[in-house]
Design a protein around this ligand. Structure first.
Ligand SMILES: [Zn+2]
Length: 193
């Protein structure tokens, strides 16, 4: 049932200033499909800075570094990442290619899907404050890596990152959505080198 979607590749082109200049023909068709409904339609993103669509500074820097590395030494770069839904692990790949006119083409494709043991939803805490913990102090907050989607307990200093699956296995209170802030784990930037 995913065959059609998996063949869809979403691409956009960036100019020297990282402004989105065009998107590919499949864009709106793919955005209409179930898993992308929260993304922007073509006429709302062309002409805008790519960074406007990345919500946290760390991820913004990560993506900028990736793009810059392709500009400095022209080559095609393949970057795996995750874009999970509440019930599926979606293994994606970003392909960054320099074009002859100086633009950079960025394509996203879905490589495979695996079910999560149990659905889990996340809500983004934009202005995180420890005071937002609930009264009984049981609410767990996480940092979620924008690239690999693993989770770290907020305030944890031992750099342990968990798959959502393993948290579900050891946690008893996942009836509500997990409150997260976004960032990038230490392993993901390492893979850029
Ligand atoms: Zn990561």
């Amino acid at each position: 049932m995913y065959t059609k979607f998996m063949n869809l590749q979403l691409s956009y082109w960036l100019d020297d200033d990282n402004i989105i200049r065009r998107v590919n023909d499949h864009w709106d068709q793919a955005m209409d499909s179930q898993n992308w409904s929260d993304r922007a339609s073509a006429n709302r993103i062309v002409g805008k800075l790519l960074s406007e669509f990345i919500c946290d500074d760390v991820t913004r820097m990560y993506v900028a570094t990736m793009i810059e590395s392709v500009r400095v030494i022209p080559h095609t770069s393949f970057r795996p990442y995750r874009c999970d839904t509440p019930d599926m692990k979606r293994f994606m790949q970003m392909i960054i290619t320099p074009e002859d006119n100086g633009w950079i083409r960025i394509s996203h494709e879905l490589l495979r899907i695996e079910p999560l043991e149990k659905p889990v939803t996340f809500s983004t805490v934009t202005e995180f404050s420890p005071l937002r913990q609930c009264k009984n102090n049981q609410t767990i907050h996480f940092v979620r890596c924008s690239i690999c989607n693993r989770l770290q307990r907020y305030g944890n200093r031992d750099n342990t990152w968990y798959e959502a699956d393993s948290l579900i296995a050891r946690s008893h209170a996942l009836s509500e959505s997990l409150k997260v802030i976004y960032g990038v784990c230490l392993d993901c930037p390492d893979k850029l080198r």
